[in-house]
Design a protein around this ligand. Structure first.
Ligand code: ARG
Length: 607
């Protein structure tokens, strides 16, 4: 599978530079938005002419000359428009050869998403890429903030896998801290052993609240829990065993949610905060020794008992300042000796760079953690942890809002539990599924109803999220995300199911050997869009604009519907035309399925 733009750039960039000089970061070729401007455009003549001090149209004419004479295999039309744009129409054969499916009719050529290193669309990123996502705190309920991190992070991994990269998923779960001491005390000292099986660990948050309340009332329990915290930190075997039991149980509940949501995260991807805990004391010590007070560009000082990292620019000015204009530290140890979120993240980052050998680390969290990651990345830089080429990225996202435009809450004002939200989506999808045909006969078995409503319900939640501009807040609305019309999952899943149904009705398999149809304008428009898949995936990965994949899928479905209205498939007058069109249906279906799977959606053959 190849990217049209990359092929053209490979072929023409050097020689065009000979004519036009340097066009900077401007793309040499771009897909046109409107058909009247051709399939692709080259718009660099204008800015190059300015640089060279020549007339844009004359320069464009020279460039066009080259594209015409050297590009016969690629372009059927090269036309100058306006002050110096070059409009390009692709040769049909070139267009066909750029389609994502190899032309021999054999198999797909499309990667199975979620399986690392399948088909490399582009030369993949050479090194390992760590993606830190979802990362819930397990003593709390997973809430809608983790929904976004899970969905977005998972789609990032799927795109990276598809591009042939070596992706390492990391679930940085919050599984350590004082609250676990209290939970251990509750489980060990309060409840009889035999009761253990009855404790509801699906809601550690509620359990924690109960334990806290009890500690408030009962001085004996208060003392027990205090000692448990100490025992946990000391590594007391029995306490650690209880902690591990609590953690494993609750991870099981989180995994149920992952399974429902269809995210790729597995148990082996979980490397929680506790994993780094044994490294923290030595890390802080090391930093204190290497960067004593007064060191530049980074110093470790103790202020009011807390151990702090201060960072400075070349002029010796603090790199971070608080609202009061005072230098702002990254606190790595509290006065009581406890380590903090930044301490763990420093240790985790070092582990990822050195042990996991990451070339690139991507963190997916909401926008409120921006300062934390800025400081973390800056510290890594100043500490000299990053080799040439190693990069760190914070991929942020906005808040999920309720109908009142405030962060989504339940009616009683609590955080919405992720599992409840997902179950509701599935139930609502079930309600809109047309389960009977005209004569009142059931259309689906019970199993089918379950699997279809799950694909539609969960798919709708994911798609509604990913089709937004990632950094914006959005209002969560079941009605909107489950609508059959518009840029929604049900619309796209239905389009896919329609394609499957047509293919099921094909009288034989001969169409698999047919050439892709491209004689009608509606056919050619569809083919052109299909050929843009590779460039779209690449654009979506650039800055993680996953909504571009949604737009692509939506436009694909729209172009397919137009094709279907204008070009009879099964009832085509000639068999050869029918077969060519079936081929086009098939490819559209495969590409749609691929794009949806990059977004983490499962398709259904019937709906
Ligand atoms: N557990 C954190 C939270 O719920 C997110 C962790 C993100 N990853 C990290 N390495 N800090 O906010």
């Amino acid at each position: 599978m190849s990217s049209v733009i990359e092929i053209l750039v490979d072929k023409f960039a050097v020689r065009l530079r000979g004519i036009m000089g340097d066009w900077g970061n401007m793309p040499l070729f771009v897909a046109t938005k409107e058909e009247k401007f051709g399939d692709y455009q080259c718009n660099t003549a204008l800015s190059c002419a300015k640089r060279l001090g020549v007339k844009p149209r004359e320069l464009a004419e020279k460039a066009a000359e080259l594209l015409r004479s050297e590009g016969r295999e690629y372009f059927s039309e090269v036309a100058i428009a306006g002050p110096g744009f070059i409009n390009l129409r692709l040769q049909d054969d070139f267009l066909r050869s750029s389609l994502p499916v190899p032309f021999d009719g054999e198999n797909t050529g499309l990667a199975a998403c979620g399986q690392p290193g399948t088909v490399a669309v582009f030369p993949p990123h050479p090194g390992k890429i760590v993606v830190d996502y979802s990362s819930p705190n397990i003593a709390k309920q997973m809430h809608v903030g983790h929904l976004r991190s899970s969905i977005i992070g998972d789609s990032i991994c799927r795109v990276l896998d598809y591009l042939g990269c070596q992706t390492i998923r990391q679930n940085h779960v919050g599984d350590w801290g004082t609250q676990f001491g209290l939970l251990c005390a509750w489980v060990m000292d309060h409840t009889e052993e035999s009761l253990r099986g009855d404790i509801d660990l699906s809601d550690l948050e509620a359990l924690y609240r109960q334990a806290q309340a009890l500690a408030g009332e009962d001085p004996v329990f208060h003392e027990q829990s205090r000692q448990r915290v100490v025992a946990l930190h000391r590594g007391d075997a029995e306490t650690i065993a209880t902690w591990r039991w609590i953690v494993n149980k609750s991870l099981g509940h989180i995994e149920n949610t992952y399974a429902l949501l269809g995210v790729l995260l597995q148990r082996e991807d979980m490397r929680g905060e506790s994993f780094y805990n044994p490294m923290l004391a030595a890390l802080v010590e090391e930093l204190q020794q290497k960067y004593p007070a007064g060191s530049r560009p980074l110093e470790v000082t103790v202020s009011q008992g807390a151990t702090c990292i201060f960072m400075y620019d070349e002029a010796g000015q603090p790199l971070f300042k608080g609202a009061d204009d005072e230098p702002q530290p990254m606190i790595i140890r509290k006065a009581d000796g406890a380590f903090l979120y930044p301490t763990t993240d420093l240790a985790a980052l070092r582990f990822r760079l050195n042990e996991l050998q990451a070339e690139r680390v991507i963190y997916t969290t909401d926008i409120r953690q921006t300062l934390h990651f800025k400081m973390l990345f800056q510290a890594a830089e100043l500490l000299g942890w990053l080799n040439k080429g190693q990069t760190l990225e914070h991929v942020t996202f906005g808040t999920v809002l309720g109908p009142d435009n405030k962060p989504l809450k339940t009616r009683s004002g609590e955080n919405v539990k992720l599992a409840d939200l997902l179950h509701e989506a599935v139930e609502r999808a079930k309600a809109i599924l047309k389960s009977e045909d005209e004569s009142g006969q059931p259309r689906f078995s019970q199993d089918e109803i379950e699997s279809i409503s799950r694909a539609v319900g969960i798919g709708s939640v994911k798609y509604a999220d990913l089709s937004q501009n990632r950094v914006s807040d959005y209002v969560f609305s079941f009605d909107r995300m489950l609508a059959m019309e518009g840029n929604t999952a049900p619309y796209l899943l239905y389009a896919y199911a329609r394609i499957s149904s047509i293919l099921r009705k094909a009288p034989d398999e001969n169409w698999r050997q047919a050439e892709i149809a491209m004689s009608e304008p509606a056919e050619r428009r569809l083919v052109l869009h299909l050929a843009r898949l590779a460039d779209t995936v690449k654009d979506a990965a650039d800055g993680w604009r996953l909504n571009l994949l949604c737009d692509y899928a939506y436009n694909l479905a729209g172009l397919y519907m137009k094709f279907y209205e204008n070009c009879p498939v099964l009832s085509a007058a000639e068999e050869s035309v029918r077969d060519q069109r079936l081929r086009l249906c098939d490819m559209t279906g495969r590409v749609l399925k691929t794009v949806l799977s990059l977004l983490g959606l499962k398709v259904v053959d019937r709906m």
